[in-house]
Ligand binder design. Structure first.
Ligand code: CIR
Length: 272
């Protein structure tokens, strides 16, 4: 199952720090179209996709990934690192709490360490063999034991510095031994800090664009960004073919203007 959220009317006010400002302002109609296409792609690989109603007063609320970290039947409602995003968690908590058939046990990160543990879900990379958590501007050290205790898993903190919002803005996984990582120093650092080679990630595919490294990999399907770049497209198609996976490309130009990518727009549940 996947949860997404409709784009809010205030999306043009979303926080932007890392996006390339030369790409212009956010186009509302294109945003809606691209979000619909994303949901369609997700629905073709995930049996149930629930798109929650928009939270129009919360400009970043389409980035639902940041509000919850779920593993099996446990979920941590996060305490987002940016104050403007903290109210977003109420509605996801209500949804997960309100549906008994989901059978979720919820933990509130804000209840720990007097509310000083912070985490955005975009920093949590669960490759199914490891749970890596980026120590970013949004996620701090105090979040690590909270996630470990609540989710009952070992969490590997990954420090990084550079022009990226979250760990998953830099690296995502395709399967349990394959990572997508950008070329250059930031990618090199992240591979080293994850100890990716030592941990058995034998296939580290380097792509010349960071945004292209953010893919949704679920149920044998890959959803990748349409970057309008033939070389990147072929490289990703090859990755999919070699692993007997399907691949769909989705243009996310407007989401990217608000520092978002593909994984940010959904939360995958009951997927270990
Ligand atoms: C923010 O700055 O919080 C949003 N504009 C972007 C959040 C993107 N989320 C994600 O990568 N998981």
């Amino acid at each position: 199952m996947a949860i997404a959220r409709q784009v809010p009317q205030s999306f043009h006010n979303a926080i932007t720090k890392f996006a390339n400002s030369s790409t212009g302002g956010i186009d509302w109609d294109i945003t809606l179209q691209q979000h619909d296409t994303y949901l369609e792609a997700l629905r073709s690989v995930v049996p149930t996709v629930i798109c929650l109603p928009s939270l129009d007063d919360l400009p970043d609320s389409v980035f639902v990934e940041d509000t919850v970290v779920a593993m099996g039947n446990r979920a941590v409602i996060t305490n987002p690192g940016h104050p403007a995003r903290r109210k977003e968690v109420d509605s996801i908590r209500e949804f997960l709490d309100g549906d008994e058939s989901l059978d979720m046990t919820l933990f509130n990160m804000a209840d720990y360490h007097e509310g000083t543990a912070f985490c955005d879900g975009g920093d949590v990379l669960n490759t199914s063999r490891h749970v890596f958590v980026g120590l970013s501007e949004r996620t701090n050290h105090k979040a690590i034991p909270v996630l470990e205790e609540a989710l009952g898993v070992e969490v590997i903190p990954v420090a990084f510095q550079g022009n990226a919002l979250h760990l998953k803005s830099i690296v995502t996984h395709v399967d349990e031994s394959t990572l997508l990582v950008p070329t250059g120093a930031l990618g090199d650092d992240v591979i080293r800090n994850m100890q990716a080679l030592e941990r058995g990630y034998n296939n580290i595919i380097r792509l010349p664009n960071m945004l292209a490294c953010n893919v949704v990999s679920v149920n044998g399907g890959l959803i990748a960004q349409d970057m309008g770049n033939g070389e990147i497209r072929s490289a990703l198609e090859q990755v999919a073919v070699e692993r007997n996976m399907t691949i769909q490309f989705v243009d996310c130009s407007e989401i990217a203007k608000a520092d978002g990518a593909l994984t940010c727009c959904s939360v995958l549940l009951n997927i270990s």
